[in-house]
Design a protein around this ligand. Structure first.
Ligand code: SAM
Length: 347
C-alpha cells in the first residue's frame, strides 16, 4: 500500500513514510485526495461547525529570546504593555456578548504575572463565566504552577513544541532554552488533565522535510487535543528578518495530514495563514481546520503584540472581527458557532 493510502487507512506512519509523504506536497492529486479525506473526517466528527476562541493577548513582555519572535526579550524597539485584571475582564465581557465561549489568555513569559496573580485572574474569569472554557498560552512553567492554574479552573493549554528536532531547536532558540523541557511541559499538562495543544511553524529558518517528519511523529506520539500550525513570517527586528516566509501551500498540506492523523483534533486556521494569504483562513478551513481565533485584545494594544510583520486584524474592534470571520467561515460552507467547542474523543 502506498503512503497516502496507508495514512488514510491507518492514521499512523513511520518517520521515513512521513518524509515520503511530505515530498509529495507538489503532487496536486495527492494534495486533493488528502484534503478530501481531511474534510470528510472533520465533517464526520464536527459537522459544519467552526469553533471560535477569543484571543486575549494580555502581555508582550517576555523573558525569553526566541530568535524568530518579535516580542522576544532582546527586541529593544518593542513597545511593551501589560493588561490589568480589569482590562482582561473587560475583554471577556465584550467577548461573551459577542458569543465567545472560549477565552484564550496568551502572552510572553512575563514574571510580572506570578502564579498568585494568574490563579486570581483564572478563578475570577471561571466564576463569572462558568459556561466558558479558559485556555492558557503562557509558556513553560513548573508542574506545580500548571497544577495551580488547573485547580483554579483552566481547561486547556497551548504550548507549541516549535520543532521536535534538537538540532533545529538550537537554530531557533538561545542556549538557555531546552527542547526537552518544552516536551516535558506538554506531557505534564496532559497528565494534569488539560486539553493540550502542541504545534510548530511551517518554514521556520533551517527547517527540513526531515524536521517536519519528526514534528508529525511527535504529534503522533503525544496525541494532543489541539494542534496549532502556521507559516513562519519574518519580523524586521529579529536575526531572521531577511529569511523567506513559510509556504502557505505546505501549511495547508500539513493541516490535511494532521486532521487525518488525529481525526478529532481541534485545528485552527491561524492568523499567520491569513496574513500571508488574504484567503488563508478560508483555505485552511477547506482542507481540515475547524477553529478560528479572532482577537479580543483592546485595539489600543493590538499592534504591540507583534510576533511577525504585517499581522492582520490589528485595527478592528472585536465585534467587527467576529462579523468578518463569520462571513469568511460561511463563504466556504461552514458555520461559526457560539459553543465551548471541547475536544470530543468520539461523538
Ligand atoms: N509565550 C508563549 C509560548 O511560548 O508558548 C505563547 C506566546 S508565543 C509568542 C505564540 C507562538 O507564536 C509561538 O508558539 C510561535 O510558534 C509563534 N510565533 C512567534 N514568532 C513567530 C513568527 N515570526 N512567525 C510565525 N509565528 C510565530
Amino acid at each position: 500500500m502506498n503512503v497516502v493510502d496507508r495514512l488514510i487507512e491507518e492514521h499512523v506512519l513511520r518517520t521515513a513514510e512521513y518524509v515520503e509523504l511530505l515530498k509529495l506536497a507538489d503532487n496536486q492529486d495527492v494534495v486533493a485526495q488528502l484534503a478530501d479525506e481531511a474534510v470528510r473526517l472533520r465533517k464526520k466528527n464536527y459537522g459544519n461547525k467552526v469553533f471560535t476562541r477569543g484571543l486575549i493577548e494580555f502581555t508582550n513582555y517576555c523573558k525569553n529570546n526566541c530568535y524568530y519572535c518579535g516580542i522576544r526579550r532582546g527586541n529593544q524597539h518593542a513597545r511593551r504593555y501589560r493588561l490589568t485584571k480589569d482590562e482582561i475582564l473587560a475583554c471577556c465581557v465584550n467577548g461573551y456578548e459577542l458569543g465567545f465561549r472560549t477565552f484564550v489568555l496568551q502572552g510572553g513569559e512575563d514574571p510580572f504575572y506570578t502564579d498568585e496573580k494568574m490563579v486570581d485572574i483564572i478563578g475570577t474569569i471561571k466564576k463569572k463565566y462558568p459556561d466558558c472554557a479558559l485556555t492558557l498560552s503562557i509558556g513553560e512553567k513548573s508542574y506545580e504552577s500548571y497544577k495551580a492554574y488547573k485547580e483554579a479552573g483552566a481547561d486547556r493549554f497551548l504550548l507549541r513544541h516549535e520543532t521536535a528536532t534538537e538540532e533545529h531547536y538550537r537554530m531557533l532558540h538561545p542556549v538557555e532554552m531546552s527542547l526537552d523541557n518544552r516536551k516535558k511541559c506538554l506531557y505534564e499538562l496532559k497528565e494534569l488533565g488539560y486539553q493540550v495543544g502542541a504545534g510548530f511553524m511551517v518554514g521556520s529558518p533551517g527547517q527540513t522535510i526531515d524536521n517536519l517528519a519528526e514534528d508529525l511523529m511527535f504529534l503522533q506520539k503525544l496525541k494532543p487535543q489541539m494542534v496549532g500550525i502556521g507559516p513562519f513570517i519574518p519580523h524586521h527586528e529579529t536575526q531572521f528578518a531577511a529569511e523567506p516566509a513559510g509556504s502557505v501551500d505546505m501549511t495547508l498540506y500539513l493541516l490535511s495530514i494532521i486532521r487525518i492523523m488525529l481525526p478529532h483534533v481541534l485545528l485552527p486556521a491561524t492568523t499567520a495563514l491569513g496574513t500571508l494569504d488574504p484567503k488563508g483562513r478560508e483555505r485552511g478551513l477547506s482542507v481540515g481546520a475547524n477553529v478560528v481565533m479572532p482577537n479580543l485584545s483592546p485595539v489600543k494594544n493590538r499592534k504591540q503584540y507583534e510576533l511577525y510583520d504585517n499581522k492582520i486584524c490589528t485595527g478592528e474592534e472585536a465585534a467587527e472581527c467576529r462579523g468578518c470571520l463569520g462571513n469568511r467561515v460561511a463563504s466556504v460552507g461552514y458555520e461559526l458557532v457560539n459553543e465551548r467547542g471541547d475536544y470530543v474523543e468520539s461523538l
